[in-house]
Design a protein around this ligand. Structure first.
Ligand SMILES: [Zn+2]
Length: 68
């Protein structure tokens, strides 16, 4: 019986990315800093301020705006 101790099973590559996080408690909007041209962007969903943050998430998302 063939057996491989292979730990490289990563169907979705995750990585830490720099983000802007919406400060509103009623909104979970965030965006990748890589795609932001502003130093201090407003939330595209509610217009609130955004603060610097990080997320460990999929790298392969094309859309740079998120609401979850
Ligand atoms: Zn927001």
């Amino acid at each position: 019986m063939a057996y491989y101790n292979n730990r490289r099973e990563e169907p979705l590559p995750n990585e830490d990315i720099n983000t802007w996080e919406c400060v509103s408690e009623n909104c979970n909007g965030w965006m990748r800093k890589d795609f932001s041209t502003s130093e201090a962007p407003a939330c595209p969903f509610c217009g609130s301020q955004m603060e610097s943050g990080t997320r460990h998430t999929h790298f392969l998302k094309n859309n740079n705006l998120h609401k979850e």
